[in-house]
Design a protein. Structure first.
Length: 253
């Protein structure tokens, strides 16, 4: 099920509205309560400390998103290599078995490209079910000839097929490894508090135009983090580039 963190543009507008509203709350607090925060030394310290904490948390979260993005790209390349190796080693089997395994590997490769290319989450369950059946068929197609002739050569074929199937599980785990919802909530709460303080300080100095600068900057930061953290769709995604290259080399349409 999709949430707001799966939609970078929705996250941008939500955080923008939230932070602008927080700034306005700060302005209204100073106006209605007639607070004179401009003369309070402690207010400046608190405001600076809060903004610093917001910057640190956003930077830390951005680093988390980038590391996960790199991991997904690397696993896509490893999956393509594993499928390519399994295809090559299938040629070590008897001719009829090799042709059967290679034909199903081509089908499997097409399914994996389709999984990466889908942007609608509702289609993934059907793709996962087809992929699971194909994996069972691939393993059965290798198990029978390997069991009939247990040699070091056939063991290589079984090991490479096992790696190809396992690589899908590693990829799926990496795509599930997202920034926790609690992390997003913490960032939004800190951004809210920082903008309240910003609104209070801007009202005290009659600099109302400045209250819109930080909300826009924070919303852009949240947009970037959500886009990098979300591997499916968006401006920055993890495409099946290596799998497509492998498919072209194998003549898979």
């Amino acid at each position: 099920m999709e949430t707001i963190i799966d939609q970078p543009l929705a996250m941008f507008f939500f955080s923008l509205v939230l932070t602008i509203a927080a700034s306005e709350i700060g302005v209204q607090l100073v106006t209605r309560l007639r607070l004179n925060v401009g003369d309070l030394v402690q207010f400046g310290i608190i405001q600076t400390a809060t903004l610093t904490l917001v910057a640190l948390v956003i930077g830390f979260t951005f680093a988390m998103a980038v590391s996960r993005y790199d991991q997904r790209k690397n696993l896509e390349a490893e999956e393509a290599n594993a499928i390519g190796t399994a295809y090559l080693r299938a040629g070590l089997l008897p001719e009829a078995d090799a042709a059967k395994v290679r034909a199903r590997l081509k089908d499997y490769l097409g399914q994996r490209i389709g999984w990466y290319s889908r942007t609608e989450h509702r289609d993934l369950d059907a793709i996962d079910a087809v992929t699971a059946r194909t994996q069972e068929e691939l393993w059965e197609a290798v198990r029978v000839p390997v069991a009939a002739q247990q040699t070091a050569v056939t063991a290589l074929v079984a090991a490479s097929m096992n790696d190809a199937i396992n690589s899908q599980g590693y990829t799926q785990a990496a795509w599930w490894n997202r920034i926790p919802t609690a992390g997003w909530m913490l960032m939004l709460v800190l951004a809210f508090c920082a903008n309240v303080l910003l609104g209070m300080g801007a009202k005290a100095r009659e600099q109302h135009g400045l209250v819109f600068v930080l909300p826009v900057v924070l919303a852009l930061a949240f947009l970037l983090i959500a886009d990098i953290d979300g591997p499916r769709g968006g401006l920055i995604d993890v495409g099946p580039r290596n799998l497509v290259s492998l498919a072209r080399s194998l003549g898979v349409p």
